[in-house]
Structure formats: structure tokens, C-alpha cells
Design a protein. Structure first.
Length: 224
């Protein structure tokens, strides 16, 4: 990897933490309150999708129509309302192996550490708050910025430049994620990706999906 690497962009779910199903539970509670229908996002969406995509696709699947704007904004608000509760109460919530050791080391070494996630910005910080991980991330790109993961990654790079006070070239950044969609989003923005086999996909599967580097856990550290 280049010696002038500056920015490291982390996905959240399955890379830094596992919420133990808190995200899906919050969507289910929101749909139940507003429409009295069961809604399991896992039936209708794929890992790595942005929150707005998840909400919209699930709405269309369970209610058989597109949401009106007012309905959709209300759904997003109710989902965030319940997310605070489901994250706090989740018995399966965990910080994944190696994270708590790696993040402070990266900060100490002078890297710009940011987020690239399909979560809306508010949801991202709700999920990280329980483990007190928010303090490591001074910028990010979020599902509330764009439905396209490549554009989310480009936005994160622009915000890294604002924090750094100078341009950050794609060659100076690397993304870290646990799904093929994370790999695809990184490459769409012109940056390399470390695939972490810490959740649904193995390191080998992520390498097959095009990851430039593949590790089984962040305990191994990043190939810096």
C-alpha cells in the first residue's frame, strides 16, 4: 500500500459492530405502529443497501405501493425513534474483534478515520453510541447522502479533505467493509478495499468479489 495513505473509511454493520438485529427490529416496530403490518427487511433487501433503499423496498413489498413523501419521512422518523430502543436493548449487540484496539492505534498513527455506510447519518451514530465509538470518526459518507454506494464513498472523501484541510486523492484512501457491495462502492470511487470476513461473507468470498485485500478479522490489523 502507498506510504502516503491518509484516510481509512469504515463500514459499520458487520465491520465494526453487530447490532444483534436491532436495525431490523426498529424497522419492524415502525411498520407495526404506522401500518399494523409485519415487515422483515431481510426478506426484501440485501446487505449493504442504504437505509432509504431498505425502507422504500420494504414499504413497497408489504404495502404493495410506493410511499408518498409524507409517509416516507414519517417512516424514517419512527424507525430512528425505535432504533434508540432496539440498540440499547439488544442482547446480541457486540463490538467485533479487533475494533477497540485498531481504531485508537489508527488515530495515534495520524490517519483520518471516517465512515462509509448505508445507514443514514443519524442511524449510524445511534448504532455506534452504545459502544462509545463515535469519537473516532470525524467525517463520513452516509445512506442519507446518496442511494449509490460509490457516491457515498466519494462524499466521504470530500469530507475527509475538509477535515484535513487539503485534497485527499482516492489513491490516498482505503475502504474497509464486509460485503461485496462495500467492495463495489469503494471501486466506484476509485479507491481500494479491504474485505473483512467478519459477518455474512468470508474473506475468500470477498476476495472473489474483487476486494484488493482480504482478512478474516480486524484482529489481524489492516495491511497498511
Amino acid at each position: 500500500m502507498p506510504a502516503d495513505r491518509l484516510a481509512i473509511l469504515f463500514d459499520i454493520d458487520g465491520t465494526l459492530i453487530n447490532t444483534g438485529g436491532a436495525g431490523a427490529a426498529s424497522w419492524a416496530l415502525a411498520f407495526k405502529e404506522l401500518y399494523e403490518v409485519p415487515a422483515d427487511i431481510g426478506e426484501f433487501t440485501d446487505s449493504g443497501m442504504t437505509d432509504p433503499e431498505v425502507g422504500r423496498k420494504t414499504f413497497e413489498a408489504v404495502l404493495h405501493r410506493e410511499p408518498e413523501r409524507k409517509e416516507f419521512t414519517r417512516l424514517l422518523e419512527r424507525r430512528l425513534h425505535y432504533l434508540h430502543q432496539t440498540v440499547e436493548e439488544s442482547e446480541g449487540y457486540e463490538v467485533l474483534a479487533g475494533v477497540e484496539e485498531l481504531l485508537p492505534r489508527l488515530i495515534e498513527d495520524g490517519y483520518l478515520v471516517g465512515l462509509v455506510t448505508g445507514n443514514t447519518e443519524a442511524a449510524a451514530h445511534v448504532k455506534l453510541h452504545r459502544a462509545k465509538l463515535n469519537r473516532f470518526f470525524s467525517f463520513g459518507g452516509y445512506g442519507s447522502d446518496s442511494p449509490e454506494r460509490g457516491e457515498v464513498t466519494r462524499i466521504a472523501l470530500k469530507r475527509a479533505a475538509v477535515v484535513y484541510g487539503a485534497d485527499v486523492d482516492p489513491a490516498q484512501a482505503i475502504a474497509v467493509g464486509d460485503t461485496p457491495m462495500d467492495v463495489k462502492g469503494a471501486h466506484a470511487a476509485g479507491i481500494e478495499c479491504v474485505g473483512v470476513g467478519s459477518h455474512k461473507f468470508t474473506a475468500e468470498e470477498l476476495q472473489t468479489a474483487g476486494a484488493d485485500y482480504a482478512i478474516s478479522s480486524l484482529e489481524q490489523g489492516l495491511p497498511l
